[in-house]
Design a protein around this ligand. Structure first.
Ligand SMILES: Cc1ncc(COP(=O)(O)O)c(C=O)c1O
Length: 438
């Protein structure tokens, strides 16, 4: 096939390298992509951590098609349509405790920007306008908006883009391979890293100036960093002590990745605000959402002047009909097919298969939780990222398996419908490539 690849400036992609040998997909169904050359490719990454129910689920496809035929678009400002309200109700019903007020946007990045602005506005509305600072975490990924890269802690995502937001600081990340290598589930060591939130950052900044702490329950994009036992509970307790809002960025951990609806459920820690996206629609149509505690919404409603807009924020495509239809259908599929329970049931087999790679060349750590794992490699001397990239390429071209890598970490996060034979296929492919990689 001759395809002109020159015009598309690809996101987070080594464009020149890609275009020298394009990896193209043309169809997808269930656990598999079809590559442009016709090969069936096992999806080890749920697309990009998002196709949790498997590709082209008929109920989601049908919902999107029907909605497109019925009403393509409705203005979301000062107007509404039933599907957006239904989607919000379905999401609220799935969310923990009293997180039941839903603000829609179009991506994880927008969910983060929305949540940060909501937190700042919340304090301001209550007359606590001194709370303007935000705390994130090193190696945190919160999308690519200016708020997200500011609270995020991935150096490469920040360095080209100026000074970002002022008044932001970061916790250390809790990855500690020296003490926790090859941990299964939550690492034993490192809960004390949470103490620096109070002892270092709050002491430095004055807690009365902090609006919110934002963390991913499990840090996904920067290499699957799993919180040590008791760590998130400590962060929650410190936020409570000082009136700081706790935001969980659940763009990856939402919708069953850990075998529960949200990471909040897995850890038994309830944040004040959840950001989600990706699996919300099973990725059939872009959509993000911020789920806030009812008490946060109520503050806005009770304090804004009557008949005024309470929150000056929104997107042309907030609650887009196609996305709303996809969300209602996807959340229904998760529930009716018990996919989160299925993920929990498959997690032990996934864990066994992952840790069976221990001892293979270059493997420095393996860590897992739910249906996500990281296999961290020793980098090729002088060539960081090259070794993992070679594994990624060879898995795709030689083993017909899609994996994902970040730096020298292989991250696997298949759709929740994966079966035992496919788990074996996935890890056999990675293992066999690792045996022969440079
Ligand atoms: C935790 C987290 N937050 C935010 C985002 C950004 O989402 P999007 O790419 O939809 O903007 C991601 C994407 O991977 C993510 O993992």
């Amino acid at each position: 096939m001759s395809l002109d690849t020159s015009h598309y400036w690809m996101p987070f992609t080594a464009n020149r390298q890609f275009k020298s040998r394009p990896r193209l997909m043309k169809a997808a169904s269930g656990m598999y992509y079809t590559a442009e050359d016709g090969r069936q490719i096992l999806d080890g990454t749920a697309g990009l951590w998002c196709v949790n129910a498997g590709h082209a689920h008929p109920k989601i496809v049908q919902a999107v098609v029907e909605q497109a035929q019925t009403m393509d678009f409705g203005p979301p400002f000062q107007m509404g349509h039933a599907k957006a309200f239904e989607a919000a109700s379905a999401l609220a019903a799935m969310a923990p405790a009293d997180l039941n007020r839903v603000f829609f946007c179009n991506s994880g990045s927008e969910a983060v920007e929305t949540a940060l602005k909501m937190a700042l506005a919340f304090h301001r509305m209550r007359g606590d306008g001194l709370r303007t600072k935000l705390i994130g975490r090193e190696r945190g990924y919160h999308g690519v908006g200016f708020g997200g890269i500011s609270v995020g802690g991935i150096a490469g995502n920040r360095k080209h883009f100026g000074t970002a937001l002022p008044g932001v600081d970061h916790l250390r990340h809790p990855l500690d391979i020296a003490r926790n290598a090859f941990s299964r589930g939550l690492p034993e060591h490192g809960v004390e890293i949470a103490d620096e939130f109070e002892q270092r950052l709050l002491a430095l900044h004055d807690p009365a100036t902090i609006a919110a702490l934002i963390v991913e329950p499990v840090q996904g994009s920067a290499g699957v960093i799993i919180p040590p036992k008791g760590y998130l509970q400590k962060l929650r307790a410190v936020c409570d002590k000082y009136g700081i809002l706790l935001i969980f960025d659940e763009v990856i951990t939402g919708f069953g990745r850990l075998g529960t609806a949200f990471g909040a459920d897995y850890f038994g820690v309830t944040p004040d605000i959840i950001c989600c996206a990706k699996g919300l629609t099973n990725a059939a149509v872009p959509m993000g959402a911020v789920i806030a505690k009812q008490s946060i919404y109520d503050e806005f409603m009770s304090r804004a002047p009557e008949n005024s807009i309470e929150f000056y924020h929104g997107y042309t495509y907030s609650g887009h009909p196609l996305a709303s239809a996809a969300a209602v259908a996807a959340l229904g599929v998760y529930r009716d097919e018990a996919l989160f329970e299925r993920a929990a049931a498959m997690a032990p087999a996934f864990e066994e298969a992952a840790h069976a790679l221990r001892g293979l060349p270059h493997v420095k750590d393996i860590r897992n939780i739910g249906l996500v794992c990281a296999i961290e490699l020793e980098p090729l001397p002088g060539k960081p990222t090259a070794r993992a990239y070679e594994v990624f390429e060879r898995c795709f071209w030689e083993k017909n398996v899609l994996i994902r890598t970040t730096a020298d970490i292989i991250a696997l996060s298949p759709p929740l419908i994966i079966d035992k034979a496919q788990i074996d296929m996935l890890f056999d492919a990675v293992g066999n490539v690792l045996k022969t990689v440079k």
